[in-house]
Design a protein around this ligand. Structure first.
Ligand SMILES: Cc1cc2nc3c(=O)[nH]c(=O)nc-3n(C[C@H](O)[C@H](O)[C@H](O)COP(=O)(O)OP(=O)(O)OC[C@H]3O[C@@H](n4cnc5c(N)ncnc54)[C@H](O)[C@@H]3O)c2cc1C
Length: 340
């Protein structure tokens, strides 16, 4: 049974540490509880928000509806052969703890995604990615409760519309369904080691690791991340605030006329991805701090709350950054973080 409490602070439920209230707050432990008429009437009548680790959300005001903290746990092997295993995870499982569990069992595929905060259930929403790996490469299917249709649905990988930090949950299913389980396909042998990402490759080379195991990859990712990114337990943040923009070759060539060196990656469809951090640095936002908010000194793509800052202040900072980048480069940055 889900017990809803009225007017609850969400400060401890978001990694920015923004102190706003939810009109109603409850914990989901079992998927079936969502069908309980006492809960369902709130979901269908009011705005609802499912929250996992709150590591990809910026609250700018109180939430005038129902916030459901996902605590659906469980790990179940549902298919297994000599080379692969398929595991169905409860959406409330902590992502990084699950990575560690997989490494302990020598299941490969998640190692490059080590130390990403948050829950299993949120991982497919923006197709989390890091250090050369994306969730979509190991994703099989998920189960979710479709609120309007009042039924559980299964969504297979082919229906997920995965893209860069994107999925169907950013499109037609946005705010419509609550993910309850996620099934991943993981390797048991001949792991597909992804070590070419520059900072990862350097870390391994410096230590003379020429044939890294999945455990080596995870340790390298953890070390590199810890050297670059703030720990949300110590400094409020939600990781990269903006997506890396993707532009056409034509636009890139125009930019090259004004800026002779622009770091970039050419994507398979020949469009060009530019690191948002570089654009932000070049518009003068590196080491920016005002009152209790700013950009993280080691990585300006990360906006931080030094304490007691409001979500609105951080949102306004993000808008000012977007405006500067647009003015200087004619590129429109898009927020990766969900602003509410
Ligand atoms: C220090 C730091 C580093 C990060 N690094 C990375 C990185 O390398 N790569 C990356 O991709 N992301 C990164 N992130 C962002 C974030 O950790 C991920 O997006 C993560 O998957 C969010 O999980 P969460 O449970 O905290 O989601 P939340 O913030 O709780 O929710 C995010 C969104 O998903 C929705 N949602 C959550 N759970 C459910 C559910 N069960 N059903 C339906 N909707 C749901 C919420 O309503 C919200 O819209 C980083 C964040 C931080 C703080």
């Amino acid at each position: 049974m889900i017990r809803l409490s009225k007017n609850q602070s969400l400060e401890r439920l978001n990694t920015f540490g923004i102190d706003v209230n939810a009109k109603f707050l409850g914990e989901i432990t079992y998927p079936e509880d969502l069908e309980d008429p006492n809960i369902y009437k709130h979901l269908i009548d009011k705005q609802f928000l499912t929250i996992g680790g709150g590591s990809n959300i910026l609250f700018t005001k109180d939430f005038e509806g129902v916030v459901l903290h996902n605590k659906i746990m469980g790990k179940e092997i549902i298919a297994d052969n000599s080379s692969h295993t398929e595991v169905r995870f409860g959406a409330g499982e902590n992502w990084h703890e699950t990575v560690l569990w997989c490494l302990k069992n020598n299941f490969g595929g998640m190692e490059n995604l080590s130390l990403i905060p948050g829950s299993m259930g949120a991982a497919p929403i923006q197709n989390i990615g890091a250090y050369g790996q994306e969730l979509q490469n190991i994703f099989v299917e998920l189960e979710a409760f479709h609120v309007e249709e009042k039924r559980f649905i299964k969504i297979h990988k082919s229906e997920m519309n995965f893209g860069y930090r994107s999925s169907i949950f950013k499109g037609s299913l946005k705010n419509k369904a609550i993910i309850t389980t996620v099934t991943l396909k993981l390797s048991k042998l001949n792991h597909h080691i992804k070590s070419s990402y520059a900072s990862l490759a350097n870390y391994l080379k410096e230590r003379g690791i020429n044939h890294p195991s999945i455990q080596d990859i995870s340790s390298a990712v953890i070390a590199v991340r810890q050297s670059k990114l703030p720990n949300p337990k110590e400094l409020g943040n939600a990781g990269s605030f903006f997506k890396n923009p993707v532009i056409s070759v034509k636009q890139f060539e125009i930019l090259l006329k004004s800026f002779s060196v622009i770091p970039h990656y050419i994507l398979p469809d020949e469009s060009i991805k530019i690191p948002a951090a570089w654009l932000i640095e070049r518009t003068g936002w590196k080491n920016f701090r005002k009152n209790n908010f700013g950009t993280y000194p080691k990585q300006p793509l990360v906006l931080v709350n030094y304490g007691n800052s409001s979500g609105l202040e951080i949102k306004n900072l993000s808008l000012a950054i977007i405006e500067s980048v647009k003015k200087k480069f004619n590129i429109e940055l898009q927020a990766e973080v969900n602003i509410l």
